[in-house]
Design a protein around this ligand. Sequence first.
Ligand code: NDP
Length: 433
Amino acid sequence: RARSPGEDDFHQAVEEVVHDVITIEKDSAAFTQARVLEQLSEPDRIVSFRVVWQRDDGGIEINRGWRVQTSNAIGPYKGGLRFHPTVSQSVLKFLGFEQVLKNALTGLPLGGGKGGADFDPKGRSEAEVMRFCQAFMAELCKYIGPDHDVPAGDINVGQREIGWLFGAYKKHRGQFHGSITGKGESFGGSAMRVEATGYGVVYFVMCMLATQNREIGGARVAISGAGNVATHAAEKALQNGATVVSLSDSSGALIAKDGLGQEAIDWVREVKGKGGNLSGPPAKLGLDYREGAAPWGNVEADVLLPCATQNEMDADAMRAAIDAGARLVAEGANMPLTADAVEVARKKRLLHAPGKAANAGGVAISGLEMSQNAHGRQLDPGTVDEALRDIMTGIHGRVVEEAGKGEWIDYRRGANVAGYRKVARAISAMGAI
Ligand code: NDP
């Protein structure tokens, strides 16, 4: 805390991990000697830069951009770029820290980092967002590369923005190589990358339910968010027979007591793609829009998938969701529960999968995109989907193995310990460098 005063999100993420792994570090002479936790809590480097871009009316705007390179102990830095007014060094440090453990859990050779800018694309024209991406990459391109640091998308950075970012990278560096993932398939992107995080969350939930001899068909699933992760989680849940009872955005929630269908998901994608909000769904979709409401607590649901943003669900919201039937939470977003909400869920023995396990499908397919780029080949969607399912099943297995004894599976502990162990072995083996 003394080294990073006021960085609350970062402290929250680190504390959650320290709690579970401190005894593992103390029990190992090599990990203690290497001071692994302290090394991981201090990013390798943080690049911070000015981004100057021009509005359509000719005026100049100035934003701040960052790339936090947290650890490359087991592979090149890897993690998304987020454009949102709430982006700060603290938020990116927390995301980079979580990313290191998440990437280790995938079983792929990927280090961790995160980046972005305090730019708000809401209300900006397409041309303005493109100019911002180009200005951002004009600076970022000096610090990334295929064997060094490979960014991807995150909030407000989808395939469209990745195209502009990659185009700018190519122009400035004069090289066509896999320096960014999430690309369009016509220029080196992997099949299924867009779907991977949301689909992966549902594959992970299916593994969790299997530990209770349950299937997802018949589950009632409440989902927050209306972006990439949320809509793909909704789609995959639907395909597997679940009833999806809600989606939401920062304006409010769409509630569908009897379940929403693919048509509703398509409408959400269309309206969010145009920069709108969820109010005013067409009557034929049977959706009830509630301004300012949460997607859980006011509708019966046993599975919760928070897929919007950090700290979106507090203790009161968790209690209300439990009263409405919640028994399982899998985080599509990164750290969507406040520390108090986590405690409420743990006390009630909910099965609770943290984002570093449940939402690792996106980065895993990014890892496959990197290897496809390196080998100059492209896998078909069926092969990638099968790989995604195998990877999520593998993560689930590794997490359960480290979750500790007892009937209740402590997914948080399992994810923290499994991710930490892998990175700690690498850090301690490399000595003090
Ligand atoms: P998108 O930009 O596609 O969607 C974000 C959604 O969250 C939007 O519907 C947005 O609503 C909503 N949202 C943002 N802030 C708030 C808020 N304060 N309160 C309520 N709703 C909010 O992002 P993604 O779907 O890509 O990312 C969502 C989460 O998943 C993030 O935590 C991200 O880090 C995580 N994640 C994403 C991965 C990926 O592959 N994309 C990989 C792993 C994790 P509105 O439009 O109204 O702002």
